[in-house]
Design a protein around this ligand. Structure first.
Ligand code: SF4
Ligand code: SF4
Ligand code: SF4
Length: 229
């Protein structure tokens, strides 16, 4: 959308603007991660700002860049304060209600979910396991039936296994695209936060996992490796 094609929100009514902004927010309301919610909301809403005043145009973009950085694991101390300040600036200084309504929503998000923002920044954790940098996929060995469907789906060749074997995912090759999840009818491919449950270190026969668990051999519970940025 070019600047010329953008709507002149100054000419719209207060209710019209509120409805539009609320509708954009509602598209994300089910998103369980507040940081990703702010990233997606600001990414969407910045595209329909008329761009006439700097506070709205640059402010929403700045919020989007900050939220995106936090979801990518590059958040820094002070980001929360900047997000709050930019939101306040939007509320106070925007030329029309568009920027003000956006600022009210982003301020509400940061105030009600500050703890989650802090966890992303300081502990590199996403409790909702939404942010790709903060989770890994693993195959739950007790659920995998060895159908082998996921292997062909993985363009990164991150899945090891074969017919009738419990498959395993190499986290260092996986880019968290989620494609394998869509073909696994057994719902065996799951997300894990910092600690991954016990899984075999190499493919083993379907059904033998319980024995291995009892014998304690060839299993690993791993702290997820941090990927280099
Ligand atoms: S606040 Fe400014 S940039 Fe944003 S829509 Fe209104 S007039 Fe345009
Ligand atoms: S993880 Fe799912 S798709 Fe892959 S082999 Fe196991 S059951 Fe099949
Ligand atoms: S999430 Fe994507 S890259 Fe990772 S194992 Fe599944 S298909 Fe492969």
């Amino acid at each position: 959308m070019t600047l010329r094609e953008r709507r002149l929100w100054k000419q719209a009514s207060v209710e019209e603007i509120k409805d539009f902004v609320t509708q954009a927010y509602n598209q994300e309301v089910e998103n369980p991660c507040p940081v990703d919610k702010m990233r997606a909301f600001t990414d969407n809403i910045r595209r329909t700002s008329c761009g006439e005043c700097v506070i709205c145009r640059e402010g929403i973009l700045q919020l989007n860049v900050l939220a995106e950085g936090i979801t990518q694991g590059t958040g820094r101390d002070g980001d929360i304060e900047v997000i709050t300040e930019v939101s306040d600036n939007l509320i106070i200084g925007s030329c029309c209600n568009y920027g003000k309504e956006v600022g009210k929503i982003t301020k509400k998000i940061i105030e009600s979910d500050q703890e989650q923002f802090e966890k992303h920044i300081k502990r590199r954790r996403c409790d909702a396991v939404v942010c790709k940098k903060f989770f890994s996929y693993y195959v739950a060995p007790e659920k995998c039936n060895g159908c082998n469907k996921c292997v062909d789906q993985c363009l990164k060749k991150a899945i090891d296994g074969g017919k009738d074997l419990i498959h395993i995912i190499d986290s260092s090759l996986c880019d968290r695209c989620g494609e394998c999840v869509t073909v696994c009818e057994a719902f065996a491919i799951q997300k894990a936060g910092p600690v991954v449950p016990k899984v075999p270190t190499k493919p083993i026969a379907v059904g033998s996992f319980d024995n291995q668990l009892q014998n304690g051999g060839g299993l690993m519970t791993r702290k997820r490796r941090r990927r280099s940025e």
